[in-house]
Design a protein around this ligand. Structure first.
Ligand code: SAM
Length: 218
């Protein structure tokens, strides 16, 4: 079975013997791929919409994976069970992900959370740190001209500075080509905005100048 590079990169964060919930599973491609390529994987393939789950069930049937993938209709992690140790959420906005991961009781047994938010990555980092997870890995992946961020969190506490929350401690440390290109573009974007802010808007200009100073540290 073939999946795109983005989902494949996400799958690399899931080890043998995991009990995962794929929230917003759509057609359950990730869950199926994992069951076919890892040992002893159990998946809850969960989505808030009925229609994708019809296709998910058809796909699961095609690969005869009934005993490994349970399809559940529901909002966020309402469909989690007590055996789940890993949460995967990809292809949703950062604020939706934050809403989904906002209940400490529901995630108390979760050791690992793998996320690929479409936006607001910094807010997602901040939220998970507040929920007492640390960033164990980060990666950028380019698919059809779009750059996606994959974040892996594990249970535990670590301290991060503002620069790390904004741009990613591991991405900053690794300084891979794709990341450096994004940072260069962001620097240009911030400088352009700064030029456009009228001189009398002193606070706005000051705040942006501070942001530029921060990103220049990378
Ligand atoms: C763009 S698709 C992403 C599919 C897949 N996870 C991926 O990365 O390719 C987003 C999916 O999330 C589902 N979704 C959106 N909000 C949700 C929520 N609050 N709880 C569960 N599923 C949700 C949508 O129905 C849709 O199937």
């Amino acid at each position: 079975m073939k999946i795109n590079n983005r989902l494949k990169a996400i799958s690399n964060y899931i080890e043998d013997n995991s009990n995962i919930i794929d929230v917003g599973c759509d057609h359950s491609l990730l869950g199926i791929y994992l069951c076919l390529n890892r040992n002893n994987i159990k998946v809850i393939a969960s989505d808030i919409n009925k229609n994708p789950l019809i296709q998910a069930k058809a796909n699961i049937e095609k690969y005869n994976l009934y005993d490994k993938i349970e399809v559940k209709l529901g909002n966020g992690i309402d469909t989690i069970d007590e055996k789940t140790d890993t949460i995967v959420i990809s292809g949703m906005g950062g604020k939706t992900i934050i809403d989904i991961l906002n209940d400490k009781r529901k995630i108390k047994n979760i050791n690992k959370i793998v996320l690929s938010p479409n936006n607001d990555i910094n807010l997602v980092r901040k939220h998970l740190i507040k929920m007492k997870y640390y960033i164990s890995n980060e990666e950028l992946i380019k698919e059809k001209g779009i750059v996606y961020t994959i974040l892996e969190f594990k249970k535990g506490k670590k301290r991060y500075n503002k620069l790390e929350i904004l741009y990613g401690p591991i991405l900053i440390k690794n300084k891979e080509q794709l990341f450096l290109e994004l940072i260069e573009n962001e620097k240009k974007r911030l400088k352009e905005i700064h030029k456009m802010i009228p001189k009398n808007q002193i606070i706005k200009r000051y705040k942006l100048k501070r942001e530029i100073k921060l990103i220049n540290k990378i």
